[in-house]
Design a protein around this ligand. Structure first.
Ligand SMILES: Nc1ncnc2c1ncn2[C@@H]1O[C@H](COP(=O)(O)OP(=O)(O)OP(=O)(O)O)[C@@H](O)[C@H]1O
Ligand SMILES: [Mg+2]
Length: 316
């Protein structure tokens, strides 16, 4: 990748906590200017530690981090100024007011007051009506949005969102995704962590998979999903089949021993290029044509665990 396109560069980064636990193991990662990057991994994988090291909250044991060319230790202020962080944990300044806490955050980065900017941020997060509320009077989802507002208060170029949708309802999650996309459209680079494949698939341009402190792969979302993101459609039949009719040979089908269920493996449509036909419709038509009646159906997406299992299989 050309250096001009790289806004954040993590080089040979390792972290051993004082008890000796190796939380990060030789992480190398370049983030492109303007992309949404999702870091996907299970509990304890090292996601928050990696963000902590990049933001200068956790000391690395070795390696370095360049934020838009600035070393995050020797040029801490320049590096940190470019970063907004929405932490995983809610820290409470329970009695501060929304407007004050967000404006104060801006000041911490040495930026002059800019009430228009703060107003824009609060409006975009539907917090304007609550600007004079004390944090303690807000709902959990609103508090989370205040964290986002704080992170945006100093107009960062890179925004980290650590588990943005943990404990957030479906509606707020959608709102948040819309806000994140809006930021990206204005040129902000976004790095988010998540446990959810669906979230990574919905939001990201590229996905990194981390487990046990190791970055197992970094891949364009579409490439990763088409490699790993298969779904299975299970069809329950009204009457058992002994063999599959030849007219169904084109489909990736397997028939259960009792002849009552058909499994169909297909690619998730979100990750499919738009010109690929969706074969479920064709399959259902072919089944109707062959007079095979269906009593029930169910779909299952390969889980994060399945993805890890196939990764481990690929890389013995
Ligand atoms: N201060 C610390 N001292 C010792 N070990 C730590 C410390 N902080 C984190 N760890 C360990 O490092 C590992 C990675 O933790 P981290 O918080 O980075 O994981 P994570 O990927 O963010 O997990 P989650 O999805 O649960 O948020 C865990 O095993 C954790 O117990
Ligand atoms: Mg975490």
């Amino acid at each position: 990748m050309s250096k001009a396109r790289v806004i954040l560069s993590v080089e040979q980064l390792s972290k051993q906590y004082s008890g000796g636990f190796q939380a990060l193991d030789d992480i190398n990662l370049d983030i492109r200017r303007g992309e949404i990057f999702a870091l996907l991994g299970p509990n304890g994988a090292g996601k928050t530690t990696l963000i902590g090291v990049i933001c200068g909250l956790v000391n690395a044991s070795s390696g370095r981090v360049l934020v838009d060319g600035h070393d995050n230790i020797s040029e801490f202020r320049q590096a940190r100024q470019r970063i907004g962080l929405v932490p995983q944990e809610l820290t409470s300044e329970a009695f501060s007011k929304v407007w004050d806490t967000v404006s104060f955050s801006r000041g911490l980065f040495g930026k002059p007051p800019n009430p228009e900017h703060i107003e824009r941020v609060l409006r975009s997060l539907s917090l304007w009506e609550k600007r004079n509320n004390r944090l303690i009077t807000l709902s959990g989802g609103m508090k989370r949005r205040v964290l986002i507002a704080k992170a945006l208060s100093h107009e960062p170029d890179i925004l980290f969102l650590d588990e943005p949708s943990a404990g957030v309802d479906v509606e707020l999650r959608r709102d948040m995704w819309a806000v994140v996309r809006g930021l990206r459209d204005r040129g902000v680079t976004i790095i988010l962590t998540t446990h959810y494949i669906e979230e990574a698939e919905e939001m990201a341009d590229r996905i990194g998979v981390i487990r046990g402190g190791k970055l197992m792969l970094v891949e364009d979302k579409h490439t990763l999903m088409s490699k790993l993101g298969t779904k299975v459609l299970t069809l329950r039949l009204m009457a058992p089949l002994t063999t599959l009719p030849e007219s169904l040979n084109d489909f990736d089908l397997s028939l259960s021993e009792d002849g009552f269920t058909l499994d169909y493996g297909y690619r998730s449509t979100v990750s499919q290029p738009s010109d690929t036909p969706n074969n479920i419709a064709a399959l259902l038509a072919a089944l109707a044509e062959a007079d095979i009646e269906i009593s029930d159906m169910d779909t299952r997406q390969s889980s994060l665990e399945d993805i890890f299992i196939s990764l481990v299989k690929e890389q013995p």
